[in-house]
Structure formats: C-alpha cells, structure tokens
Ligand binder design. Structure first.
Ligand code: CTP
Length: 402
C-alpha cells in the first residue's frame, strides 16, 4: 500500500492506552505516522511509547523550544495528509468544535488543512450530554468524520455508548478518509465563482455563484493526488489544501489565466459562472448622478464576452473537458444543446429554480449529460459528494483515453 502521512492526536482519556495499537495498525498499513499529545494524555500513555512506535519525536508542548526546533507545530500541521484524534475526549470535541487552540492537539487541528477524523471515548452520560452532541453535530457539519463510540462496558464502570472504536476499525476509516490517489498523474484545471464585469470604479455586473461547487471539485481532485490549479473569480472561500489558486475578476481575465494553464492540464472542469456580456466602456471613475441630467436613467451598452469553454473544446486534444450548465427551465434539453454546441465530454446540469440547491448553498441537485444522449440524475447531495461523483466519472473517461 502507498505510504501516506498520518498525524495521530492523543488526548487525555483512559482509551489513550489503545493509541499505540492504532499507531501500529497505521504503520503496518505502510504509512508514516507522527503523534501529538495533550499534557493530560501523557498521564495515560508515555510519549516514549509513541516515539518508539512511530520512529519520530512526539509533540507534547508547542511552547517547548527543543520540540519546536525538531518540527514546529505548523510544519507538523502542514505535513499531515490526515489528522486522527483518538481518543477524542468530551473536552477535546468541545475545543475542536469551538476552534480553541490551548493545547497541542487542538492547535494542530486548527492549523491543518488536512481532513480530520475523531474517535470519541468517554463516559456514556458525557457522550449523551446535549453539549457534547451539539459539538459532534457541529464537527460533522464541517465535514469531520466521526468513528464510534461503541457500546459496551466502560472503564468508569458504566455500561453504554462511550467506548473508543477498535484501533483496527479506526485505521480502516482512516484509509477511507485519506481517499485514493487515483488522479495522481493528472493536472486538473478548475474554474470557479462568478465573474465580475466592471461598470465603473466601484460597480460591477455579477451573478450569484458562490464558487462552492468549483472549490469542492478542486479539493476532491487534490485529495485524489492530482496537481490542481483553481482559477477563481472572487469568493469568500479558503483555498483547499494542496491547490494552487489564481485569482481573477472578469471573464476576460479568467480567459487569459485559463489559457496560460490549459497547455499543462489534462482535465478541465469549468464550473465558473462566466458573464456572457460586459459593459463596452467601463468608467475608470465612479459614475455620478450629478453628471447626468436631473432624473435621467442610465443605459449600459454591453458586448459579448468570449466563450472560454467553447474555445478550450476546440483545442481539446486528449484532454477531458467538463462543462456546467445552470438552467432555470427545460434543464436537460437546454444542457444537451449546450453540450453539443460547446463540444465537451460531459455536462453537469443543475436546475437553479429549485430551492436549497444550486447557487450559494452547500447542496446541489445535478444531472450528468453525456454526448451520446444518455443522462444520469443524481439525488440532492452535499457539493463535496457531487464533486466526488463527478471525478469518479472523469476517472472512467480518462481510463478510456490513456
Ligand atoms: N462558459 C464559458 N465562457 C462563457 C460562458 C460560459 O466558459 N463566456 C462556460 C461555463 O463555465 C460553463 C458553461 O460554459 O461551464 C455553461 O455556462 P452557462 O452560463 O450555463 O451557459 P452559456 O454558454 O452562457 O449559455 P446561456 O447563458 O445561453 O445559458
């Protein structure tokens, strides 16, 4: 199996005595493992045990100059491809849910952009407490994976939910969370966001695209090992781990940036909402009402923007190119016409008239439209899952072309 970099965070509960077993399971699977511990955890398992099993120094204090000199906590957070917190105490879940950074494990959890897997372990009443349940729900909403806790006899003498899952099971879920490296040899160019077409020094014509779909695709492609470049119009979103980001504003800027990256790309996913028209003569100064006759309206003259997707498809060679079609009516037929007109390998259509899916939300309801006329309707899914489904299809297409 391929070696991945896994950081194990150990926090202060009795289940910490199983942390060495988890480390061994991950090492046996061929991974590089490092450990970070809370001060409380060191009362249950010694750093020396984990250091011996990982063959690497263990971080227990981010303020200790000798430890920070070995590998500082930010470098450790950057090093990780996955952070597994096992056991995760009730206190740790609260820290993680609230973004505290007052001990080494929650500090690296805040600093890392790697996915997070937690294995809760605690007394059954602490687990069932509404505060803990709310913290777990918050973490899940954020995409954190939670494994366990299992039901059984607890170290505190109670019976019930609260046992940390078996190390072998945590290791298996860790493999899933790491994802495959199935796009390792690909260079993926993703566009995202809604372009802004300048009207004057302060105003622009824009659209409601949030960029979330494109960012989700970029994140998933990077997780699958691709080299990813994300050309994005303005969004409020953080750059996904391992993705190179190029910021643009207008459609013409996006076209220029995309053409620079296109030569190297083997896969292109065009999820940006590109404005079709731009003002012919944007004003370098702010347009003032006082410059117009009293009560007069304003007419903007617009000209066509280049169709970036159509242009890329004309130079496709053996690249795989996916377009998006945001439609408000007659969705499938309109997207099929768009696919033919532009000449891409797959069109992802979404119905923007549906509430709660499409623009600026976390879910999407899409239909995959294939050149032969075949269509695949997906249920409403989180955008991260739509991205995964889309890249599964792209991988199949690549399998046929390589
Ligand atoms: N697109 C593009 N350049 C444009 C317009 C659109 O590259 N100037 C791309 C989008 O990134 C998307 C696909 O084309 O992948 C479809 O975009 P959409 O706005 O739905 O379609 P349009 O071609 O603009 O057609 P219409 O506005 O008539 O629906």
């Amino acid at each position: 199996m391929e070696q991945r970099r896994i950081l194990v965070g150990v926090t202060g509960g009795i289940a910490a005595y199983k942390a060495p077993e988890l480390v061994r399971a991950l090492r046996r699977a061929g991974h590089a493992v490092r450990c970070v511990m809370t001060p409380e955890a060191t009362s249950f398992v010694t750093p020396l045990v984990l250091q011996t099993l990982t063959g690497a120094p263990v971080t227990t204090d981010v303020l200790d100059p000798s430890q920070e000199g070995e590998i500082d906590h930010i470098a450790l957070a950057d090093w990780a491809e996955l952070l597994v917190v096992a056991p995760a105490t009730a206190n740790t879940l609260a820290r993680l849910a609230n973004g505290l950074a007052d001990e080494p494990v929650s500090t690296v959890a805040l600093a890392t952009r790697a996915p997070l897997l937690v294995a809760p372990a605690m007394n059954v009443n602490m687990w069932q407490h509404p505060a803990t349940q709310r913290n777990v729900a918050t973490l899940k909403e954020r995409g954190v994976r939670v494994v366990g806790p299992d039901v059984g006899e607890l170290a505190c003498g109670w019976e019930g939910e609260g046992r940390m899952s078996d190390p072998a099971e945590i290791a298996a879920v860790a493999e899933l969370a790491l994802g495959s490296r199935s796009l390792q040899s690909e260079v993926v160019l993703v566009t995202a966001g809604g372009t802004r077409e300048p009207v004057d020094a302060v105003r622009y014509l824009g659209n409601r695209s949030s960029g979330k779909m494109g960012f989700a695709v970029a994140e998933e492609a990077a997780r699958r090992g691709a080299e990813v470049v994300l050309v994005t119009a303005p969004t409020g979103l953080a750059t996904p781990a391992g993705v190179r980001r190029v910021d643009v504003e207008s459609a013409t800027e996006m076209r220029d940036a995309v053409l620079v990256e296109f030569d190297k790309a083997s896969i292109v996913i065009k999820s940006a909402a590109v404005a079709d028209f731009r003002p012919v003569a944007p004003s370098a100064r702010k347009l003032k009402k006082e410059d117009l006759p009293e009560g007069a309206g304003l007419t903007l003259e617009l000209e066509r923007n280049p169709d970036i997707l159509a242009e890329l498809c004309r130079r496709k060679d053996d690249r795989t190119i996916v377009g998006f079609a945001a439609e408000s009516h007659d969705v499938v037929a309109a997207a099929q016409r768009k696919l033919e007109r532009k000449g891409c390998d797959l069109m992802v259509a979404n119905d923007i008239s549906r509430a709660g899916t499409g623009f600026d939300v976390d879910h999407n309801t899409v239909v995959f439209i294939w050149p032969g006329g075949e269509i695949e309707e997906l249920p409403t899914l989180p955008k991260a899952e739509v991205a995964a489904q889309l890249l599964d299809r792209v991988e199949k297409l690549r399998g046929g072309t390589k």
